[in-house]
Design a protein around this ligand. Sequence first.
Ligand SMILES: NC(=O)c1ccc[n+]([C@@H]2O[C@H](COP(=O)([O-])OP(=O)(O)OC[C@H]3O[C@@H](n4cnc5c(N)ncnc54)[C@H](OP(=O)(O)O)[C@@H]3O)[C@@H](O)[C@H]2O)c1
Length: 278
Amino acid sequence: MFSQPEPRFLYGTAWKEDRTATLVQFALRAGFRAIDAANQRRHYFEAGVGEALADSYREGIVTRADLFLQTKFTYRQGQDHRLPYDPSASLAVQVAQSMASSLEHLGTDYVDSYVLHGPSSRSGWNEPDAEVWSSMIQERNAGRTRLLGVSNVSLQNLEEMAASGAEMPSFVQNRCFARFAWDLEVRNFCKERNIIYQGFSLLTANLDVLHHPAIAELAEAIDATPAQIIFAFARAIGILPLTGTSDPEHMKQDLASLQLKLPAAAVQAIESGFAVGS
Ligand SMILES: NC(=O)c1ccc[n+]([C@@H]2O[C@H](COP(=O)([O-])OP(=O)(O)OC[C@H]3O[C@@H](n4cnc5c(N)ncnc54)[C@H](OP(=O)(O)O)[C@@H]3O)[C@@H](O)[C@H]2O)c1
């Protein structure tokens, strides 16, 4: 599916405001090669990501071809007043305008993945979603993105999307809660269809797991941190993880977790929820 290296760990750029450029540069220096952004100024500063990319190319740290760049189209209701499109234009036009603006922000003529930030409703696959998705497919066909994704989706969203006959995405990006068996229903749907599941908030949505004594014990035994255990666990069950750390030391630790192989029994124990409510 990938002509370029598969992303192994996504560096998330939300909530970094005027530190975005500096932190993305740190992340690239630390070794991240996959970057997650969105053309949603309310939570992301996409132009700051582009600034970091330009500086990193200039300094010879990476080239565009080394990178997996992902960004998103966000509906009007997910935005503040700083819109990357004309809100009175049709949704199809809004997608084209948002994409053009993302490419300008990122200083590139294509992204690797273009994601619908969230469907118009928690249930179903509705008319606006179909219109946006078909415009995203046109962007892909025109070469402005290699791949497509959807985010913040329920199983019902995905099932109705499939039932509508729509082309299915290459990626699903969801907040991943241990208390919902790490989004098992959606992960299973993805697995059956070769869709790569990207998980975010792996640490912050699962603090009871992160701080569970069994995780601390395992971390001690294999000389890792609890956060590294969670990321290694996520990967072991087929999740492509995101991290949005602002700490250069955590950046290195997060990447080093790629080298960690957890005992199968530990993966099973975490997945089956030993740490939740026990
Ligand atoms: N599709 C969507 O709607 C959506 C929604 C939310 C997020 N996202 C994406 O996912 C990315 C990641 O967001 P996130 O919700 O997973 O949370 P996050 O922004 O990565 O926050 C992680 C938190 O955990 C802390 N932390 C402690 N130890 C850590 C370690 N070793 N490694 C990493 N973090 C550590 C971080 O603190 P330090 O900074 O001190 O390390 C930070 O406060 C975002 O930047 C964004 O790209 C997408």
